[in-house]
Design a protein around this ligand. Structure first.
Ligand code: FES
Length: 315
């Protein structure tokens, strides 16, 4: 379970129209800042006590953390709270960091960002450069006005391609894969339409296993997924609960008084990751890689279920 730490807002900066970056330092100046790796995100506790996930987009090892928040007028209110209420010197609470989007070894990298999806890719791009790997970034947005961090990307020169809709026609996603070496990995973060397009393009190119994505929201399954009831045994307490077909394990466990960090309830944030001690898992999250799923030693209890009739969890 992630530890919650108090932080203080060190600085705010408008990075683009509607995008505010927030620099954060530990409230206790003597407290060590937890290590993080490129691709990591943190949970920020917003005004109503709920949490929102934001990618860390500063430099690992720096004495402060940086996140960037897009104001989303149709959102749940977390981004408006950040934009309208946070000011330098304010205290906030953060959990994490966690990383389900880390840079795996590869010969080269293709990064694809859509809008605010640039945030995890900034440190990933820097890490690829640090490793000496060939890389390029295609950054899609509606207009340059709203595309954050273009100034920070400028030193990468022609390794960065900016595709603003109001600049003119943009490349087809399948064209981005042209000439990509077999050992390359594709990292993408952005709206679900962009990620679905890339998934289709990598599948058509026979390389779906080379795509790594970070989602903003869970895609709607084409068909309702069948679900049956199963039993969950909590190894540490010996408690056993039944998860009916129409409920999630997370809901049942929370109702039973089990403390589990959770946020999205859609299998995209990784907050509720729980260790599995026995039983096969029907993974339905959008966080774990194919290898992590195959290992079968953890699951996201908000969406995933037992593949059989019973799971034993490390709770
Ligand atoms: S609560 Fe977000 S993955 Fe489960």
């Amino acid at each position: 379970m992630s530890t919650e730490l108090p932080f203080v807002v060190r600085a705010l900066r408008l990075e683009a129209a509607g995008v505010l970056s927030v620099e954060l330092v530990p409230a206790d100046a003597a407290a060590p800042l937890p290590d993080w790796t490129p691709g990591a995100h943190v949970d920020l506790v917003v005004g109503d006590g709920s949490t929102r996930q934001y990618s860390l987009c500063g430099e690992p090892g720096a004495p402060w953390w940086r996140i960037a928040v897009l104001r989303e007028p149709a959102g749940r209110g977390g981004s408006a709270w950040v934009h309208d209420h946070l000011r330098p010197g304010d205290r906030v609470r953060l959990r994490g960091p966690r990383n389900h989007f880390a840079l795996e070894p590869a010969g080269s990298y293709l990064f694809v960002a859509g809008g605010i999806g640039i945030t995890p890719l900034l440190p990933l791009l820097a890490e690829a450069r640090r490793r000496g790997a060939a890389s390029r970034l295609h950054y899609f947005g509606r207009s340059r006005r709203g595309m954050a961090f273009l100034d920070e990307l400028a030193p990468y020169g022609d390794r960065i391609r900016v595709h603003a809709a109001d600049d003119g026609p943009r490349p087809e996603l399948r064209d981005l894969l042209d000439g990509l070496p077999p050992d390359a990995l594709v990292y993408a973060c952005g709206p679900s339409r962009l990620l679905a397009g890339l998934r289709a393009a990598t599948e058509a190119a026979g390389r779906p296993d080379r795509l790594r994505t970070e989602l903003f929201s869970a895609p709607v399954p084409a068909q309702p997924q069948p679900a049956g009831a199963f039993t969950v045994r909590l190894d540490r307490s010996g408690v056993e609960v039944t998860v009916p077909a129409d409920r999630s394990a997370l809901d049942v466990l929370l109702e039973a008084g089990v403390e589990i960090v959770n946020d999205c309830h859609e299998g995209i944030c990784g907050s509720c990751e729980t260790r599995v001690l026995a039983g096969a898992v029907d993974h339905r999250d959008h966080v774990l890689t194919a290898q992590e799923r195959a290992a079968g030693d953890c699951l996201m209890v908000c969406v995933s279920r037992a593949a059989g009739d019973r799971l034993v969890l490390d709770l």
